[in-house]
Design a protein around this ligand. Structure first.
Ligand SMILES: Cc1ncc(C[n+]2csc(CCOP(=O)(O)OP(=O)(O)O)c2C)c(N)n1
Ligand SMILES: [Mg+2]
Length: 609
């Protein structure tokens, strides 16, 4: 057997750079890296030698660079991904939030945190956790429950089994998620005679599981018997690139579609059968159909609580759920009729059995009334002096983009409003991280989206709270020349949690900056802050000014931040649905007792069968 003598880090980098996706391009676009003693000598040397063949990008925060990697994978429909390497200890643990984020959203990332010395000679090395009862425990064990595949590389030859498993996990539609290869720092630099053929280019084709005959028939029978079916389109539709198949299926069988946060954009917003968002932040149109639906057909959705109104949305007592998903785990939820398959193939095969079957028409006014409601709340305000609402800002941003735009967001009040109100024309034009809803994802995520889709106009919408939590990859976007536009809505605090607090009967407390304990009133100069990182930054005083600023941002080559003050209280009244957030059973506050009574009444509608 022909061998080549490489360090383990060199072998990992060489293998990563030769693995291709089904289109023949490298599955991993490159590697984000922040170095420390735990990876600079081993991984650092190997990445340097790889040069442009496997590019390395430096960021400012491990969580930030990992968020960029997650966003890249999502915007690439999981066909491409990135690696992320860190030192040990704090550098490694800074990845943990992003690793869980990737896990929840089922997105591929290769995490390579450094680890302690396998030979234990210098123990405890700087930043080593010492477990008194377990000699093998390191901080990286925290990655076990949040990684889809976890391994610790303690000998160079372990890569021969670990790396193929890592790629199999990242490229499998059912198992897809983050992989953590905790890489002992001495092992990174250790040499081994690897078989040359281990590094031969290999194409990883996404498995498209075929549906079982019985499951297709059961699903088709249920759909044929339905008078009021509803398709719930999830992220799986986009990842399976099944948007055209879904459109043809919905049209031929006359079945309306509601979209989850991850599934938004599965159909163009103005398609007559696209009733808009579903669930807690759903459109009035979809939710009205959902309440009566006798068959709910989930396609590539994991039915999280925002989609199901905490399981109080689908109120028809005889309703059945058909769950089409590549992951068996998701198909069995809530006694659904399981259809374990790739979304595209499943729809094609159900279609084959349904023939010309058409479901009864739904009232066309549902959709037109909803669009009229959307247009009303997103219109520019007549009163130019009032503080703008989130909805009005969304309208202005939307008007400032064409179908090439991509909106990026993750946490705060904006995701709910965007889910309801944003008009997505093309797949991937709507990029919401609402599986984990991680504050601080937005700007780093926008950078990752831009790296995946350089030809598209990427606009990050972010609240002041999320901006303050993690903004440093704005400087990375400037440094790497990946221009993003950031629209920063300053409502002086955690507006959505303040509203939730009040809704649960609480006093406004510790959410808005002014009602949090303070000695000096907070006054953050966001424009100066963003400008200090090299972005062009400006503040606008109205929706009309925002529309002008959007034009400047669009024309700019540099990342552009537009700050606007907004009102923390208003939300769109139209649409929406109850969400299960517990209210205290006893309280001295009358408001809490009233909210509890309301809560108990709403819980009656919850179905946990
Ligand atoms: C990392 C993280 N911490 C806490 C939360 C809980 N949380 C969700 S939204 C939110 C407030 C967001 O504030 P901001 O970005 O200003 O948006 P706004 O609510 O004002 O629209 C908080 C604290 C979270 N989602 N993520
Ligand atoms: Mg805020």
């Amino acid at each position: 057997m022909k061998t080549v003598r490489l360090t383990a880090a060199q072998a990992l980098v060489r293998y990563c750079s030769t693995q291709l996706n089904e289109e023949g391009v490298p599955f991993l676009a490159g590697c984000w890296a922040i170095f420390g003693h735990g990876n600079v000598a081993g991984m650092g040397e190997a990445l340097y030698a790889a040069g442009d063949k496997f590019p390395t990008w430096r960021a400012h925060n491990e969580q930030g660079m990992a968020n960029a990697a997650v966003a890249y994978a999502k915007a690439s429909n999981r066909k491409r991904a990135m690696a992320v390497t860190t030192s040990i200890g704090p550098g490694a643990l800074n990845l943990a939030t992003s690793c869980a984020l990737a896990h929840v959203n089922r997105l591929p990332v290769l995490f390579v945190p450094g680890d302690v010395f396998a030979n234990r000679a210098p123990d405890p090395v700087l930043q080593q956790l010492e477990d008194f009862n377990d000699g093998a425990m390191t901080v990286n064990d925290a990655f076990r429950p949040i990684s889809r595949y976890f391994d610790r590389i303690q000998r160079p030859e372990q890569l021969l089994t670990a790396l193929p498993r890592a790629f199999a996990t990242m490229t499998d539609p059912a198992d897809c998620g983050p992989v953590t290869l905790a890489f002992c720092q001495d092992v990174q630099a250790e040499a081994y005679d690897y078989p040359v053929e281990f590094f031969a280019p290999r194409e990883w084709h996404r498995r498209r599981p075929r549906p079982g005959l019985r499951e297709v028939k059961v699903a088709a029978d249920a759909i044929r018997g339905a008078k009021r079916p509803l398709i719930v389109a999830g992220g799986g539709v986009l990842y399976a690139e099944a948007t055209e198949t879904l459109r043809a299926f919905a049209e031929k069988h006359n079945i309306p579609v509601g979209e989850t946060q991850a599934g938004k954009g599965a159909l163009p917003w103005d398609h007559p059968l696209n009733l808009g968002s579903v669930g807690v932040t759903g459109s009035a149109a979809t939710n009205a159909v959902a309440a009566e639906a006798d068959v709910v057909i989930g396609v590539g959705t994991r039915f999280q609580d925002f989609t199901t109104g905490s399981w109080s949305l689908f109120q028809n007592p005889n309703r059945r759920i058909v769950s089409i998903n590549a992951a068996p785990f998701d198909t069995h939820k809530h006694n659904a009729l399981p259809l374990i398959a790739d979304a595209k193939l499943a729809l094609e095969e159900i279609d084959g059995l349904l023939g010309d079957h058409k479901a009864p028409d739904i009232d066309a006014a549902l959709k037109s009334d909803w669009i009229a409601a959307v247009d009303a709340v997103t219109a520019a305000p007549k009163d130019g002096n009032a503080l703008p609402t989130d909805m009005q800002v969304i309208g202005a941003v939307q008007r400032g983009l064409d179908e090439n735009g991509v909106v990026v967001c993750a946490a705060g009040g904006l995701p709910g409003e965007l889910h309801k109100l944003w008009k997505t024309s093309k797949p991937n034009g709507y990029h919401l991280e609402y599986g984990f809803s991680t504050m601080g994802y937005e700007i780093a995520g926008g950078l990752g989206v831009k790296m995946a889709l350089p030809e598209r106009d990427v606009v990050v919408m972010v609240g002041d709270g999320s901006y303050m939590m993690l903004n440093s990859e704005l400087a990375t976007s400037v440094m790497l020349g990946h221009k993003i536009t950031v629209v920063l809505l300053d409502n002086r605090g955690y507006g959505c949690i303040n509203r939730l607090q009040i809704k649960c009967g609480g006093a406004s407390f510790n959410n808005l900056i002014d009602t949090a304990r303070h000695v000096v009133p907070s006054s953050i100069d966001f424009v100066a802050h963003a400008a200090s990182m090299g972005a062009t930054a400006e503040k606008v005083g109205s929706i009309a000014e925002l529309e002008e600023a959007m034009k400047r941002a669009r024309a700019s080559d540099t990342s552009h931040v537009i700050l606007i003050d907004t009102d923390p209280m208003p939300t769109s009244e139209e649409g929406g649905h109850w969400w299960d957030v517990v209210v205290p059973e006893v309280s001295e506050r009358e408001e809490v007792r009233a909210a509890r009574a309301d809560y108990e009444a709403k819980r009656e509608l919850q179905r946990i069968d």
